[in-house]
Design a protein around this ligand. Structure first.
Ligand code: GLY
Length: 380
């Protein structure tokens, strides 16, 4: 078991990474209850599979009257679900001595964190991320919030939890698509970390996973989660409010968001789109001369994961249009995080449109050669 100390928002807290470590969760909950009561918000899918086990772990701290199951899916990250959470908390007369425990993927933990940050102007909360993407990204760094009809994550606050408890046992029941999606964010970190990830060797591990197609080796996953969380915590400690270096965590995301938007949300999982986004960002980097053996190997590994993505029809025109909307939203600037060499991200503004188009086109070819479809090329 590893414990990574995070310091952000004037607050210091542990991020526990282990396997079958429910005892540690029970201890952490007891320690943080301090005489208050525990409220548990569960993701519906997680509750169906592991709810009983979690109730057993939490023991006397938990009560059926103080648990709420949140529907699955991005549509649940809404003002109406949030209103239901407030009703539940206020009906049970939650107080600021109490603790909210959020168990689930990014949708549940973002929503629960926002409810905790805003109910009674702030109730303490803690997180049990249950997906790989949650463990390496969504539950780390204190971003909480909900979607708005005008876009994803437009409403929210930064609110750091009391602790994060990543128990890899829950990944055993995660479906393969969500596992690959989580690995999409891990691939992003592998480029950002570079040699920092030694001795874990993120690239070696990712390469072996891709060759074997076995994504469920918990020892390998533990190394990847530890390396990703360590990197993210280092960034969040320097820039909790996302005003500076935290933008590095958006590596591959400018393209990824545009891909997601062009398909309509829900057709590719966010982490799946991140794999394509990282490949497009690497293509763009090449036009700046960011070429090295390390980067070539990184790109080959990222591209080897494309065959695990579902087949969708990518429409380069629609992706470009989505990027143009994003540019308007951010005052005419499309900012790209690029990787100069492994472990060395840089920020690039005012990128020539032709370079973006060509990076995008090459990514679409890579995707279609692995079985995905390219609307601009009827022969594929
Ligand atoms: N997911 C990117 C961040 O937390 O800043």
């Amino acid at each position: 078991m590893a414990i990574i100390d995070a310091k952000a928002g004037g607050h210091r807290y542990p991020i526990v990474i282990g396997t079958d470590c429910g005892d540690r969760l029970r201890t952490l909950v007891r320690r943080h209850l301090e005489g208050g009561r525990l409220f548990v918000l569960y993701d519906a899918q997680f509750f169906a599979l592991h709810g009983r086990n979690m109730q057993r772990i939490l023991g006397a701290a938990a009560s059926r009257d103080r648990e709420l199951v949140i529907p699955v899916g991005e549509t649940a990250k809404s003002a109406s679900t949030l209103a239901g959470v407030y009703d539940f908390l206020l009906d049970a007369r939650i107080s600021r001595d109490d603790l909210i425990l959020a168990c689930g993927g990014g949708v549940t933990t973002d929503l629960a964190g926002y409810a905790a940050a805003t109910a009674l102007r702030g109730v303490r909360w803690a997180v049990v991320p249950t997906t790989l993407l949650g463990m390496v990204d969504a539950a780390i760094g204190g971003k909480t919030g909900i979607n708005h009809p005008k876009g994803k994550n437009l409403i929210g606050v930064f609110c750091q939890p009391e602790f994060v408890h990543c128990d890899l046992q829950y990944l055993r029941t995660l479906d393969r698509r969500h596992m690959v999606a989580g690995l999409g964010e891990v691939i992003k970190y592998a480029g950002l970390c570079g040699n920092r990830s030694r001795p874990h060797g993120m690239l070696d591990t990712l390469e072996r996973m891709s060759i074997s197609g076995d994504f469920y080796d918990l020892k390998k996953l533990s190394c990847l989660v530890q390396a990703s969380v360590t990197y993210k915590v280092m960034i969040v400690e320097r820039d909790e409010r996302d005003l500076g270096v935290r933008i590095r965590l958006n590596y591959g995301h400018t393209f990824a968001h545009a891909v997601e938007q062009s398909l309509g949300y829900g057709h590719l999982l966010h982490g799946e789109a991140v794999i394509l986004g990282v490949i497009a960002a690497l293509n763009l980097g090449k036009s700046y001369g960011f070429i090295s053996r390390g980067l070539a190997r990184y790109q080959a590994i990222a591209e080897s994961f494309v065959r695990f993505l579902p087949k969708r029809t990518l429409r380069p025109e629609a992706i470009r249009a989505a990027m143009a909307i994003d540019k308007k939203r951010s005052n005419g600037q499309t900012r790209f995080v690029l990787i100069e060499r492994l472990g060395r991200p840089i920020l690039s503004d005012n990128v020539d449109r032709r370079l973006i188009d060509s990076a995008l086109a090459d990514m679409v070819v890579c995707y279609s050669e692995s079985g995905g479809r390219d609307a601009s090329n009827p022969r594929r």
